[in-house]
Design a protein around this ligand. Structure first.
Ligand SMILES: [Ca+2]
Ligand SMILES: [Ca+2]
Length: 419
């Protein structure tokens, strides 16, 4: 069965539920300095956070009281769009940043965005890599050839990858938007043609390459990723379950230590039929609105691990963009939900590099905030996983976990949330 419409998981791109034209508002002129200030603590706020487990010490056999100043309660990025980025408040990013920024905790982590390709954005200056173009069909590629080393996005859909990358890692620099992990490194891997369609083999090869595995005809990725964000699904195949090629790629990159995060897709259907959303070992993320409810477009079902903001008509996910005319965009869709989980996952890997993909997935799912009333949808069949992504609780749980590479009594993480 051939799919005939663009299948990137941005409802706005599909014209499913977003306004007919993106809302474009010019961004203010950036300041001259290129230096990115660190997160600034919000002044004079109460400090109700529980004491944190020290990062760099092996847990002692007996309880030890460690005198250390409590972290600030919250951080507020100074980026002009930040006050309107309701999605970051919804996943409790201020409380997560508060645990990270005060002591500069966490190593930079590389996230691969497998999508429409590379767009040079100031939000990721110095942290953005143009990966590889895996679109093999020259007729759909729009760049005149098949696979090549230039991952640049082509055409109107190119903003899709840019917005996703920005949501994951936009700098807290007083310009544009604030990202979830402003220290993340982003590798853009092009797997979607100019038409927005994704060939299953291109996707499978792009996934392997992103994680640092060898792919014939491509140089080895010098920036292998710990997190692969897939805000898309493979076209040209029946939507009856996980494609064997995609499952094999998921298994290979997971064994390599990379977590695969996928959007659930935007058909208002059971996500189990989709690849990679329906594949084993994938952290599949569906959308909720600001009120924590499933928008009609968002896929659902047992293959969904958790939910994150994807927005809805008139209340999308605010992002800055330099693609096309540039300015603000407010797309909605599960394309925007997945990178919330990818961004938080990258924070957890930065804090605890020895965590496995299953352990990070387990941290994200077991710390999720329950949906209002316990469900994301009045229809009991339409389930959305463990709850709403909670970055503050996930970071706290990661900091409380053992930094040991092997599970130890009392420090064992219970894998969960990944099928
Ligand atoms: Ca090409
Ligand atoms: Ca910014």
């Amino acid at each position: 069965m051939k799919r005939t419409r663009a299948l990137l998981l941005c409802a706005g791109l599909l014209g499913v539920s977003a306004p007919a034209a993106p809302r474009l508002v010019p961004l203010p002129t950036p300041p001259a300095t290129a230096d990115l200030p660190e997160l600034q603590p919000e002044p004079s706020r109460p400090q109700p956070l529980a004491p944190l487990v020290p990062l760099d010490t092996v847990p002692a056999p007996a309880p030890v009281v460690t005198p250390s100043p409590p972290p600030p309660a919250t951080y507020r990025p100074s980026d002009p769009l930040a006050p309107r980025q309701w999605n970051l408040t919804a996943i409790r990013m201020p409380g997560a940043w508060a645990q990270l920024a005060g002591s500069g905790r966490g190593a930079p982590v590389t996230v691969a965005v497998l999508d429409t390709g590379y767009v040079s954005t100031p939000e990721l200056a110095g942290r953005l890599v143009s990966g590889h173009d895996f679109v093999s069909d020259a007729a759909r590629a729009g760049d005149g050839d098949g696979r090549d080393r230039d991952a640049s996005g082509v055409g109107e859909a190119a903003y899709h990858a840019e917005v996703i990358g920005n949501l994951i890692g936009a700098a807290h620099d007083g310009r544009g938007m604030a990202g979830i992990n402003p220290r993340a490194r982003v590798v853009q891997v092009r797997v979607a043609g100019q038409d927005g369609l994704v060939d299953p083999q291109d996707l499978a090869d792009g996934m392997r390459w992103a994680a640092g595995l060898p792919v014939a005809g491509a140089p080895v990725n010098p920036s292998p990723a710990r997190v692969l964000n897939l805000s898309l699904y493979a076209d040209f195949i029946p939507l009856t379950g996980c494609d064997a090629r995609i499952q094999a790629a998921v298994d290979a990159v997971t064994a390599r230590g990379a977590l695969v995060v996928a959007g659930a897709a935007n058909d208002g259907a059971d996500a189990a039929g989709y690849s990679p959303a329906g594949c084993r070992g994938v952290l599949t993320v569906t959308s909720v609105s600001e009120a924590g409810q499933r928008p009609g477009y968002a896929n659902w079902g047992r293959s969904v691990a958790l939910a994150a903001p994807g927005g809805e008509r008139g209340r999308g996910i605010l992002a800055s963009s330099v693609s096309g005319p540039g300015g603000e965009r407010t797309p909605d869709g599960t394309s925007l939900a997945a990178p919330h989980a990818s961004g938080v996952a990258s924070l957890l890997f930065g804090l605890r590099p020895t965590l496995t993909p299953a352990q990070v997935a387990g941290l994200l799912t077991r710390t999720a905030t329950p949906f209002p009333g316990g469900r994301c949808d009045p229809d009991s069949r339409k389930i959305c996983g463990a709850g709403l992504l909670n970055a503050e609780a996930a970071v706290r749980a990661a900091l409380a976990s053992s930094p040991s590479p092997s599970p130890t009594p009392g420090g064992t993480l219970r894998p969960g949330g990944v099928r």
